[in-house]
Design a protein around this ligand. Structure first.
Ligand SMILES: [Zn+2]
Length: 499
């Protein structure tokens, strides 16, 4: 589960990530507007109030679905931004944009493939339209009439088959009406299902195309991949592979190395459509390079070991704004992660002791990724999405932070459980957790990696430092040398990525 999704869940805002910010009261519509105002920050009290007010519906709920799970914590600083997640997300968006333009605007394709792609882009809307038509009709007067007659007929037929006496069967008029309504219903269902099957067919055909181009060693895709590989971006990442932390870092640190090469390949006449101008290719490559450079400046600053006063007060907001404006210009989109980068990450950077964000980026978040993957695997048997997520989240924090363990148990104790008993094993390393509500028991993980253990200590360090909130702490914590980014994020993308 993505860290943002996980935080959203803890705050009672399941599945909001594309619409509402989890830190403030803005939604996408608002943060997309250039020069928009900042908004109030959310508080636990606010979230609880929204969750418990049944009169609020739609937008008025501000994305709140249920009560925050840990209302005894403050949103800030306890719900810090997952920085690495943010960095990878931003990077993936940029690469996806580049690949999409290359795939669907630049590279030569057979007319048939283009036609399929155009159809694929609108097929989901078509399916939805058919489904809406069907739903609308079944709840209309005609739909209700059909339902009534159908049930009546079934009832009568059953009685007849059981040899019971039936006073009055459906009249001839009713039978004709039912036949007429049935035909309408069948047509609506058929339209929807035909569209669904069509989608599958197109998708399969496009997949075949993609598979074919992989085999063609001279294809533009392979030329681009070969170039990326020279600079140690392993093959299969372009056009639908998933980028991880080290990939993002490698490309962001020196985007020219990659994109000037891509440019050369795309500019070759034999590789592109006749209608594609040099200008378009150059603009795409220049924009992407510039954007990656701006984000690199941003993330480098966030990651700085000893940021100066100037870095914190003036540089951070300026650098964030430059990156976000360019991002919006090139991608025409501001995802929740970009909004976080622009506002909340900068705020947090300014409030944390200097150098602290670096620690969060390098260690805690990374460990969190690894553990959450493990937890998800452990909880995969739980069919209920909500329960599973709650359980994973609880399990994670319970097993890692003694203060939280203590507090959770204090809260729970007055209900049904006895006092918290620490396992005899080393503290904080047990993954064994009993599920709340008796949903399931999780078997303890047999071993825990040394990285994860090191991370736990770092997390405690972060927690204690944050709690002390010494704004001018002279000795910023250093990161452990064995840093490693192993976050993978698979991008969901239309046909271009189904390779
Ligand atoms: Zn916000």
């Amino acid at each position: 589960m993505g860290d943002l999704k996980w935080l959203a869940m803890l705050l009672g805002m399941e599945d909001m990530s594309n619409i509402w910010c989890i830190y403030c009261l803005l939604r996408k519509l608002e943060w997309m507007r250039i020069g928009h105002e900042k908004s109030l920050l959310r508080t636990m009290e606010m979230l609880k109030k929204l969750a418990n007010d049944p009169t609020l519906t739609g937008v008025a709920r501000m994305g709140v679905k249920f009560e925050p799970l840990w209302d005894f914590l403050k949103i800030w600083p306890n719900f810090g931004i997952p920085h690495l997640h943010k960095c990878i997300g931003v990077f993936n968006d940029i690469m996806e944009n580049f690949e999409n333009v290359v795939e669907w605007k630049i590279i030569i394709k057979s007319p048939e493939k283009m036609k399929l792609y155009e159809e694929f882009k609108v097929i989901d809307d078509k399916i939805k339209q058919h489904q809406d038509d069907l739903t609308k009709w079944t709840t209309s007067t005609e739909g209700n009439r059909r339902k009534y007659l159908l049930e009546k007929k079934k009832d009568l037929d059953k009685k007849i088959s059981e040899g019971k006496k039936v006073d009055k069967y459906l009249s001839q008029k009713e039978i004709s009406k039912l036949q007429e309504l049935e035909a309408k219903h069948i047509k609506l269902v058929k339209d929807r299902d035909t569209a669904k099957r069509r989608k599958e067919t197109i998708s399969n055909k496009l997949k075949k195309y993609s598979a074919g181009r992989k085999l063609d060693t001279k294809s533009v895709h392979n030329q681009l991949e070969d170039h990326a590989e020279i600079h140690k971006l392993s093959k299969g990442k372009l056009f639908g592979g998933s980028y991880q932390g080290p990939d993002a870092r490698k490309v962001m640190e020196n985007p020219r190395l990659f994109f000037d090469g891509f440019r050369k390949i795309l500019l070759k006449k034999e590789n592109r459509n006749d209608t594609v101008t040099d200008e378009l290719i150059n603009k795409l490559c220049d924009d992407t390079i510039k954007l990656l450079e701006l984000w690199d400046t941003y993330f480098s600053l966030m990651n700085k070991e000893k940021p100066t006063d100037e870095d914190i007060k003036t540089k951070a907001p300026a650098v964030a704004e430059a990156a976000v404006r360019k991002h919006q210009e090139v991608l025409k989109n501001i995802t929740p992660k970009v909004h976080l980068a622009e506002y909340h990450a900068v705020d947090q950077f300014q409030q944390l002791p200097p150098g602290m964000v670096r620690l969060l980026v390098e260690q805690w978040v990374e460990v969190n990724h690894q553990i959450s993957k493990k937890k998800e695997a452990q909880h995969s048997h739980m069919p209920d999405h909500q329960k599973r997520a709650n359980s994973i989240a609880k399990s994670q924090h319970k097993s890692r932070n003694p203060d939280i363990i203590q507090r959770i148990n204090e809260v729970k104790n007055h209900k049904k459980r006895g006092p918290y008993k620490k396992k005899k094993k080393e503290q904080g390393t047990s993954d064994s957790v009993e599920e709340e509500g008796g949903t399931a028991a999780v078997s303890p993980s047999p071993q825990k990696t040394s990285r994860a253990e090191a991370g736990d200590n770092d997390y405690d360090l972060v927690a204690s430092l944050v709690n002390r909130r010494k704004p001018n702490s002279q000795e910023p914590p250093h990161t452990s040398p064995n840093r490693q980014h192993a976050r993978s994020k698979s991008r969901s993308n239309p046909p271009s990525t189904q390779s």
